[in-house]
Design a protein around this ligand. Structure first.
Ligand SMILES: [Zn+2]
Length: 77
């Protein structure tokens, strides 16, 4: 009697678990694709933003400083 009840429940759980696994798999793939795109976007953005042309000597230099009003290279500051 106990087995007759347990078997359908077990099958239902397997079905639900399979659905959850499938959902998780596609969600993980979506997240990985999003993170990959975000990493590329932020890398391109930071490369573009952190190269500054010195307003005094015209030399291009990179900086970690995110402030955009710093327009002089370290030598001219
Ligand atoms: Zn300079």
């Amino acid at each position: 009697m106990k087995d007759e009840i347990d078997i359908p429940v077990q099958k239902e759980e397997d079905f639900a678990a399979a659905n959850i696994r499938r959902d998780n798999y596609s969600r993980i793939r979506d997240i990985q694709a999003m993170e990959f795109n975000a990493a590329i976007a932020s890398r391109l953005q930071s490369e573009g933003e952190n190269i500054i042309k010195c307003e005094k000597c015209g030399k291009e230099f990179s900086t970690d400083i995110s402030e955009k009003d710093i327009m002089k290279c370290p030598e001219c500051r």
